[in-house]
Design a protein around this ligand. Structure first.
Ligand SMILES: [Zn+2]
Length: 496
């Protein structure tokens, strides 16, 4: 029996245990030799590592970060008083607007500083935020030091989500105009653990150099290389799987999907798992990591909905805060996620607000036994909700994540879109109306499906929905045109 066969079902919630995880880590030298990994150390030991790294990072910011040295001076902040991560509350939050105004001012100025190593001085690469939140992408600099840290982070996140050097990983992230972490890290992560990797290279075409491929070619590549793991954007991978079904492709080697870049609720996971079974696969682990540019990778699940673990607490301190006051929320309470870098040299951010609403726990993970903090599902089976996605509907602030979760649990839906509109679209003062555009899977009983969707939406959000049928899934989401499916549209005219 191969090692991959042996561990195939270990991710399952009713199979995984701290003992199995320890055994898994012993099987591979890349994990066995990572003796400094803090994941299984006590909370106290993890805090000590974070506190020590925080002090060193604050020293660097004080001296060499244009943004923070100015901020500390202006606000009279004495960093010698910030000895622990709990003292961080004395620092103001850094917002996306602060960062976007002058991204360069967050980069440490270490050139010419005596005693610094070459690793700390060289810009190894940049990545950019995808820019969907505020318009234009923002640069994030990595020095060589940061790239080594990233390799460690990716090794540690891979071991949480059961990646192995035996895997053949398919990078399904589209290639596009912006160097974002998805495409790049789905290459770096397999290389970091010694797995093999190939890529689809689909994406936004640049006619000057027609080098990208169509989805069908990407499917052929994944099939040809007998890939075991697909990494990509959740809705895009699902469409690729649906197309693979039409092509009757052989995906029997697939054992895990890393659905990243957006929430992948349980209904969507079950849907993908069922389709993959049609393509010859077994019970595939659909892993929904929570990633963002500012950690250059993603937090990882050890089992589905077991929580998204911080793979490397020595690099990043995460907290859940009140975005107005900066006060820290208690475990289990909803708030906005903020990250503090603890060991970086390029772009360094302290208490940087990520714009996702999350919940967190520091309890030992009952599944894998790790002691690092975990992000918990915040609504249904969805980990994080973008704050900008909160929608005022019929006078109440609602979270479309709840709706998405309910709809995706119904089954029988190929694509869908939630549209907030008006009963009379020409009249901005007419009543709010919820329209669900639904492209059903072939041969489904539409009356039944409509009843099920209306029922699920009513139960989840106490809302009534009007269903509009859409014949072609690509009329809702065309993977050749955009990176992600747009699940929520607010089509109401702005009120003057
Ligand atoms: Zn766990």
């Amino acid at each position: 029996m191969s090692r991959l066969d042996e561990i195939r079902d270990w991710w399952k919630p009713d199979v995984i245990s701290p003992e199995k995880v320890k055994k898994f880590l012993e099987m591979y030298p890349i994990y066995r030799n990572d003796v400094n990994c803090p994941a299984f150390k006590s909370q106290k030991e993890i805090r000590e590592i974070q506190n020590k790294n925080l002090q060193a990072q604050l020293e660097l910011c004080q001296q060499y970060s244009p943004y923070y040295s100015k901020l500390f001076k202006e606000k009279n902040i004495d960093i010698s008083k910030i000895k622990t991560v709990d003292d961080l509350e004395k620092l103001p939050l850094t917002t996306k607007m602060d960062y976007m105004k002058a991204p360069d001012s967050f980069k440490l100025r270490l050139a010419g500083v005596p005693g610094r190593q070459i690793f700390e001085l060289i810009d190894w690469n940049i990545t950019m935020t995808t820019g969907t939140t505020y318009g234009f992408p923002t640069i994030f600099w990595n020095t060589t030091h940061d790239e080594y840290a990233l390799l460690q982070f990716l090794i540690r996140s891979s071991k949480i989500s059961w990646g192995t050097p035996d895997d053949r990983i398919f990078d399904c992230f589209p290639f596009g105009p912006v160097p974002h972490i998805g495409y790049l890290r789905a290459i770096t992560a397999p290389l970091a653990i010694g797995a093999s990797v190939c890529a689809g290279h689909t994406g936004m075409a640049y006619p000057t150099f027609p080098v990208l491929r169509r989805m069908d070619e990407a499917i052929a590549i994944a099939e040809n290389h007998k890939c075991t793991i697909i990494m990509g954007i959740a809705s895009y991978i699902r469409r690729m799987i649906m197309r693979a079904e039409e092509l009757e492709a052989d995906f029997s080697n697939i054992r895990a999907i890393h659905a990243l870049g957006e929430p992948c609720p349980m209904g969507m996971r079950e849907d993908m798992r069922k389709r993959l079974k049609n393509l010859g696969a077994g019970d595939v682990f659909i892993h929904n990591g929570w990633g963002f540019t500012e950690c250059q990778g993603s937090l990882s699940e050890c089992t589905e909905l077991g929580g998204n673990h911080n793979p490397d607490p020595g690099l990043y301190f995460l907290e859940v805060v009140d975005p107005e006051t900066g006060e820290r929320k208690a475990d289990g309470e909803e708030g906005v996620a903020a990250i503090t870098h603890l060991n970086r040299r390029g772009t360094v951010l302290l208490r940087y607000v990520l714009g996702d609403i999350v919940r967190m726990t520091h309890e030992t993970c009952p599944y894998c036994g790790r002691n690092t903090e975990r992000i918990l599902p915040v609504s249904g089976s969805v980990y994080a909700t973008r704050t900008k996605e909160l929608v005022k509907f019929k006078g109440t602030l609602i979270n479309p994540g709840v709706l998405k979760d309910a709809i995706e649990n119904v089954g029988g839906i190929a694509e869908y879109q939630i549209v907030f509109t008006k009963t009379d679209p020409k009249d901005p003062y007419s009543m709010d109306q919820l329209v669900l555009k639904v492209a059903p899977v072939p041969d489904v009983n539409r009356k039944d499906l409509e009843n099920k969707i209306r029922d699920a939406v009513a139960k989840a959000a106490e809302m009534s929905a009007k269903i509009e049928w859409v014949e072609k899934p690509s009329d809702i989401y065309d993977p050749m045109v955009s990176l992600k499916a747009t699940r929520v549209v607010d089509a109401r005219p702005p009120l003057e």
